[in-house]
Design a protein around this ligand. Sequence first.
Ligand code: ZN
Length: 134
Amino acid sequence: MNITQIRNATIVVEYANKKFLIDPMLAEKGTYSTFPDTIRQDTFNPLVSLPTSIDNILDGLDAVIVTHLHLDHFDEVAKNVLPKEIKMFVQNEADAEEVKASGFKNVEVLQQDTIFEGIQLVKTKGVHGRGEEL
Ligand SMILES: [Zn+2]
């Protein structure tokens, strides 16, 4: 397995000759305003540039996993540049509907035990920071 952190939550996982992109936030540095209630209220997001080109990130991509739909995990640039036929995995039906509404045609809700082209994807429960679970 080869894991490449692109930026923040955005990572590429290469495993068994398949390439997964997790939580794509692909905008240029400083595209979005600050996030409410965060410490860095003086700095726009993303905080740093992509370390490689979007073409490199998309090259040979087999599937995308979007853990949730916050801007820092799935942004407008990702919606625009990802091929609409790419396999998209999301956490639940509500997210699936939103991703489909962005034009993606091959959206699947991750289950406890999802198989993608012979690779087992195991969904684990998470809590989004402190406080309300989103
Ligand atoms: Zn979030």
